[in-house]
Design a protein around this ligand. Structure first.
Ligand SMILES: Cc1ncc(COP(=O)(O)O)c(C=O)c1O
Length: 430
């Protein structure tokens, strides 16, 4: 007889990502066009640039030895300098102006590792994180695993509804729960999943609120700007981090995955100084340093100007793809009652609101799979809030990975799936 074992409490709180089943479908069915996976455009991955830099790096014995050796837990210092410079130039500010130094920059194994470690660093079971509704479902899974309560506030074209956030904070203060609020999580540029961006007035309001409601205990903002550099329309807005002049409240998480290559799995954080040492202790336990070779490579890509050129190229690539999917949606669903979608200025997601239910067991999902197209059911992006409301008629469409022809075909298939639902009648509306 085998002796039983007991998983940790955290393991029992850690569930498969709901999306896994659908990803599996895509792998098993090569004819399926997936608008579900949040992958980047494969054709623009910078193979030539990476090869050139790697050749150069490995041809230099000293550089090669350094890059192939273990690095530091904190991250490669020249890269951290360049990350800080880049972040400051994006915000048109100076490090002194926002009380930052390169020591406040930590290089991580993707920004996902930073998000996870921030959770470990700040959150105890029962603590509260406030996020937009809808939001990035992978992080919801992380928070559930940590035993954290996630509360969501609605969003609109201007991103998180900060008036609703204010109401929520007032309510939490009245019920004595304000001290459990540790973190406000926002994806403030071309949000995953909606493609929407937090407006400047809302950024200011958010900062006012965290300052005002940090009474007995500080509230942090976790600004997840994973998509910031993928802007293709409109004028850039400054980060929330740039409004945190004392470097007291905002943890900025960014990544090289989207603007460069996810395969490098290198992200970074700009943090309040007081959080750096405790966070590095966690990172020491996780991996005592992210892939050193990737960091040396990125350092050279940034130094040579290849990074900026690539980001500029990507903005062209994604604009065209955005235009293709929007044109296809307009053609397919023009005049269709209840159908609407967002128009992102960057990133890789369009958020579709439909007249029919889109959930994993819906007729629309079944018809879509039968037609050979996959999307993320919008309900995965909501945490069952206090009031238990779960919108069931939305979908995330990623235009990053599919080709132009595939995007057009995918939308035609969605159109046929929607038509099949209409024929089936009211049964599919819930
Ligand atoms: C909003 C958001 N944050 C963070 C990540 C994590 O990306 P990475 O760990 O590759 O930097 C992703 C990946 O899709 C994302 O969409």
């Amino acid at each position: 007889m085998t002796v039983p074992f007991r998983l940790s409490t955290r393991a029992t709180q850690t569930h498969d990502q709901p999306i896994s089943y659908f990803m599996q479908q895509a792998v098993e069915n090569p004819d399926l066009i997936s608008l579900a996976a949040g992958l980047v455009d494969p054709c623009s991955l910078p193979a030539a640039e990476v090869r050139e830099v790697l050749d150069e790096l490995l041809a230099d014995p000293v550089a090669a030895q350094s890059a192939l050796q273990y690095g530091t837990t904190h991250g490669y210092a020249p890269l951290r300098d360049k990350i800080l410079d880049r972040a400051m130039s994006l915000d048109r500010t100076t490090a002194a102006g926002v009380s930052l130094s390169a020591d406040d920059v930590i290089v991580t194994t993707g920004s996902q590792q930073l998000l996870y470690m921030v959770g470990e660093l700040l959150l105890d079971p029962g603590d509260i994180v406030i996020a937009e509704a809808p939001s990035y479902f992978v992080y919801h899974g992380t928070l559930t695993s940590l035993g954290v309560r996630t509360l969501q506030v609605p969003m609109d074209e201007e991103g998180m509804d900060t008036a609703a956030l204010e109401d929520l904070l007032v309510r939490l203060e009245k019920t004595g729960d304000l001290e459990r609020v540790k973190l406000i999580y926002t994806i403030d540029y071309f949000q995953n999943p909606t493609g929407l961006t937090l407006s400047m007035p809302r950024r200011r309001h958010l900062m006012d609120l965290v300052r005002r409601f940090s009474k007995r205990q500080r509230i942090f903002v976790l600004e997840d700007a994973a998509y910031r550099e993928l802007r293709f329309d409109g004028i850039d807005v400054p980060s929330i981090k740039s409004l945190d002049e004392d470097n007291a409240h905002v943890i900025l998480a960014m990544t090289f995955s989207k603007p460069m290559a996810p395969g490098l799995k290198t992200g970074y954080g700009l943090l309040p100084t007081e959080l750096v040492t405790p966070l590095l202790r966690f990172k020491g336990n996780h991996d005592f340093g992210s892939c050193n070779l990737a960091q040396h490579l990125l350092d050279r890509v940034l130094a040579s100007g290849a990074y900026l050129r690539h980001v500029e190229h990507l903005s062209h690539v994604y604009r065209l793809k955005r235009d293709t999917i929007l044109a296809a949606l307009a053609e397919e669903f023009a005049g269709a009652e209840g159908m609407k979608w967002t128009r992102p200025d960057g990133g890789m997601y369009v958020w579709l609101t439909s007249a029919v239910a889109t959930g994993p067991d819906s007729l629309f999902m079944k018809a879509s799979l039968a037609e050979g197209v996959l999307y993320v059911p919008g309900q995965f992006c909501y945490v069952n809030g206090e009031n238990g409301k779960l919108p069931k008629n939305e979908a995330r469409l990623c235009f990053g990975v599919a080709s132009h022809d595939q995007l057009r075909e995918a939308v035609r298939r969605l159109g046929r799936a929607a038509a099949a639902c209409s024929v089936a009648g009211a049964a599919c509306v819930s």
